[in-house]
Design a protein around this ligand. Structure first.
Ligand SMILES: Nc1ncnc2c1ncn2[C@@H]1O[C@H](COP(=O)(O)O)[C@@H](OP(=O)(O)O)[C@H]1O
Ligand SMILES: [Mg+2]
Length: 310
């Protein structure tokens, strides 16, 4: 029996591992190309999650559904990482495929009338005429996912809804499975008081934009590199950083759910020039953003207006 203080995802993993057999006779992914192995993982692992469904009443709430779906995909990803025996690109592909398969299935089952925009699926332009669109990134920080024991990877689930003058993000969740945390708009985070006098700016660990170094020098900030857009936004929610500043490329799925969660927590979210972040546009590219404590926004936007992002 597992210790009662284990977080839910650990208890779930224990149950899932048992359902596959003991360590000695555990079923291993088949040999073969990465597509075959990824598909094996997706099928086998998706089955595991069915036992943890909450009641349909709970799931009629979009905030609760987003949190639950992100959490479920996170558990599957933890299992792929721990149980598949895959590494490197095969592990990335298996994670992407398993989380996509699960989220697509949960959305089809619980939100059959809604459109979906996913990093891992063909972009069905019917979403442009839909009133409700789920914008999902089944695995953000894919590179870090494939480098155990790194914990800077996430699952993103956001809901965009049409309004009279366009549309807006109305619900969202970001799971950080390796931390056992799922941040969501149903229970908005209270931002802790700032613990660092010197601003901390979260940046991409592998491709930090050059202008952010100049920004940091001007406002006497420290750069905090990490993987995953969702993890960087949640680092501001968690008071691990005070701002996330990015430019040079990103897509709607990379930042929709993180922005929904950050906004609900009262953080500033905008493009780097201060203009609004607009979702469910035809072009999936949404290449830059700022998420920060409100008191830092003017300084950052002013820097970009003076220096640009090149
Ligand atoms: N210049 C760029 N062009 C396109 N996508 C980018 C990008 N910089 C970051 N991203 C995407 O943003 C996410 C976070 O990246 P990073 O960890 O470097 O900050 C990653 O998503 P995925 O992991 O879902 O592919 C990555 O692909
Ligand atoms: Mg991503």
């Amino acid at each position: 029996m597992r210790a009662p203080c284990s977080p839910p995802w650990q208890r779930h993993i224990g149950w899932a591992a048992c359902s596959w057999g003991s360590r000695a006779d555990r079923v291993q992914a088949p040999r073969g190309d990465s597509t075959t192995r990824a598909s094996w993982c997706a099928t086998r692992l998706a089955i595991v999650t069915e036992a943890t469904s909450p009641s349909p009443d709970d799931l009629s709430d979009d905030h609760a559904f987003a949190a639950w779906a992100a959490d479920q995909a996170g558990e599957v990803l933890l299992q792929v990482r721990a149980e598949s025996g895959l590494e490197g690109k095969e592990l990335k592909d298996a994670g992407d495929a398993a989380a996509q398969e699960l989220l697509a299935r949960l959305l089809a089952e619980h939100r059959p009338d809604d459109a979906v925009l996913s990093e891992e699926a063909t972009d069905d332009k019917a979403r442009l005429d839909a009133s409700r669109v789920w914008i999902i990134d089944p695995l953000d920080g894919t590179r870090e996912f494939s480098e155990p024991p790194r914990d800077d990877w996430a699952v993103h689930v956001a809901l965009w809804e049409a309004t009279a003058d366009g549309g807006e993000l109305t619900a969202g969740a970001v799971a950080q499975p390796a931390l056992g945390e799922t941040f969501n708009t149903g229970a908005p985070s209270a931002i802790p008081p700032r613990t660092s006098e010197r601003p901390r700016i979260a940046v991409s660990r592998t491709r930090p934009p050059a202008f952010v170094q100049a920004l940091a020098a001007e406002i006497d900030a420290e750069l905090v590199p990490m993987g995953s857009a969702g993890v960087k936004v949640m680092s501001v929610v968690r008071d691990v950083a005070d701002a996330y500043v990015h430019a040079g490329g990103q897509y709607q799925w990379d930042n929709a759910a993180p922005v929904a969660v950050a906004r609900a927590a009262g953080l500033h979210c905008s493009r780097v020039d201060g203009s609004p972040l607009v979702y469910n546009e035809d072009d999936t590219s949404l290449p830059d953003l700022i998420v920060c404590r409100p008191e830092l926004a003017d300084q950052i936007i002013d820097f970009v207006k003076r220096h640009g992002t090149d």
